[in-house]
Every structure is written in C-alpha cells, then in structure tokens.
Design a protein around this ligand. Structure first.
Ligand code: MN
Length: 290
C-alpha cells in the first residue's frame, strides 16, 4: 500500500463566534474549497475555551438547514439540541449528535442548562456532511450517539485505542448510519505510540488534532488544534504521538456532484437554493419555539 502525501497542514485561524455559544476556527471550507473537501463541506472547531457560569445558556437560536447532515462531536462541555422534526437531546463529553437535515429542519443549539450554571472548558467540532442528490429531499432524521455505543478497538501494547463513530476499521463498524461511505474515528494514542490507517486513495482524508501533538508520516509535525489534509496519491498514513493525543480522522468517498451552497442550505443547483429560501419563507420547514 502506498503512503498518502500530506497536502497541507493548516493552523487554526482567527476564531469567530457562532451565536454567543460557539467560539470557532473554520477549517472547511477555510482550508480548501467545498469541492476539494467533498463530502465534508463545513467544519467549525471550537478549540478549548472557558465559558463563565451563567443562568442564561449560550448558543445559537432557531435556524434552518437543508440538503446535508450536521454532526456535532463533544470533547468538553455539554450541548442541548432541539429540532422541528421532533429530534433533540443532550450530548456530553465523548458523545456525538448526527442530525440529518435533508429536506429541511429548524433547529437550535445551546449549552446545556445545568452545565451553563457552572460553565467551564468547552471543546467541540461541528461538521457538515453533504448528502447525495437523491437523498437531499429525504425526511429529516436524528441520531444521538453516546460514547458507550461507539465501537472501541484497543491498539496493541497498550498504545491506545481507535474509537469508531462511523465507518469501518479492520471490520469493526461505528454506530452512525450514513448516506455515503464516511469514516469518522477518534484515534487516542499514548505518548510515543504509532499507528497506521488506510483508506481508498480516492477518499477525501483529513485529521484534526484535538489533543496533543503528533508526527504524521514520520516527518511532518502536526501540533494541537491544527488540521492536516492528505493528497489522493496513496492509501495509508502513519501517526506517531509526541504527547498523549486525540486525533479526529475523517475519510469519505467524494459524491462528485455539483455543489450550490448559500448560508444554511447546500443543494446541487441554484434553482434548488432559491426553492429552499422560498420554502423556508413559506414556513415549510415546520415550527420550533424560540
Ligand atoms: Mn445549525
């Protein structure tokens, strides 16, 4: 198996606030274009940030989505979600919320009420996974994936473990159901440990350094909070932990379909985008209380 080259290592850019609850660095499409990152069309990363205690939970109020899935991975802190299709719940440290907006939902995302009262360190990833054209107008769906449900594969010699959110690692499958082939793993490596992963060369493959630093392919330093984008010239890559690390691994088959995106809607054509705005304005996304 041939080694994949590293296309780019991106440092976290200037953070901005989404609502008043998410202080994020944008890596997708910041690092590259949506087309290049296909099927991962957006990634906002809330690197560790301390929120003071408050009785009024911070977050983002009611807003729409159509045409893709939003995936929220909680590393520190707790978020509460509710959407107009009846989906909702709380996810905490280690949990994942996988919301299929598809034909359209209204939702809101806030820090959990009790967590807000004490506040503390908050660290989270929000990723948008594009849907194939044939599934963009399918019914909305909600998967709350607790950390306990995730398949965890120990590495030899106590080197750490691979936690599978979605996809397949050596025949071990993650709990999330996806519309196209998507692998999403948390690789937890002890200091000094090394491991190797392989995905088809055509898959869009990237890493987010959630905790600690590592050396990729034996030569490139990937410090905490950086994003590593691989080329499509090989299958495998290695990660060697310089400190105890958590690395979010993404690898997905590109949909290779046209992308028409504006704000909270990601469709295939401009006409479908206009329709999305019209449907939203006509109240076709349902109702959700503020
Ligand atoms: Mn949203």
């Amino acid at each position: 198996m041939k080694t994949r080259s590293i296309e780019k290592v991106t440092k976290p850019g200037m953070p901005h606030f989404v609502g008043d609850g998410f202080r994020v660095h944008n890596f997708i499409p910041g690092t590259s274009t949506m087309q290049r990152m296909d099927p991962f069309i957006m990634m906002d990363y809330n690197s560790k940030y301390n929120f003071p205690p408050t009785d009024k939970p911070k977050g983002v109020g009611v807003h729409p989505h159509r045409g893709f899935e939003t995936v929220t991975i909680a590393y520190k802190g707790k978020v509460e979600h509710a959407d107009s299709s009846g989906g909702g719940g709380v996810i905490g440290e280690g949990d994942v919320q996988w919301m299929t907006a598809a034909s359209g939902v209204l939702h809101k995302e806030f820090h959990e009420t009790e967590w807000s009262k004490t506040g503390g360190e908050f660290q989270m990833v929000q990723l948008w996974v594009n849907l194939p054209a044939k599934d963009k107008m399918s019914p909305p769906k909600y998967q709350a994936i607790s950390n306990a449900e995730m398949k965890k594969v120990p590495l030899p010699n106590g080197d750490g473990e691979i936690e599978i959110i979605a996809g397949d690692y050596n025949g071990n499958k993650g709990p999330a159901s996806t519309f196209s082939p998507v692998n999403m793993f948390n690789v937890r490596l002890k200091k000094g440990a090394k491991t190797k992963l392989s995905f088809p060369s055509t898959y869009t493959t990237a890493l987010l350094m959630v905790e600690g630093d590592a050396k990729i392919n034996g030569e490139t330093e990937a410090p905490q909070d950086h994003f590593v984008m691989f080329g499509n010239d090989g299958e495998s890559f290695t990660m060697e932990a310089s400190t105890d690390t958590i690395i979010l691994v993404l690898s997905g088959e590109p949909l290779n379909e046209p992308i028409a995106a504006h704000g909270p809607f990601v469709m295939n054509t401009k006409e479908e985008l206009i329709e999305a705005f019209q449907d939203f304005n006509m109240g076709k996304f349902g109702y959700l209380e503020d």
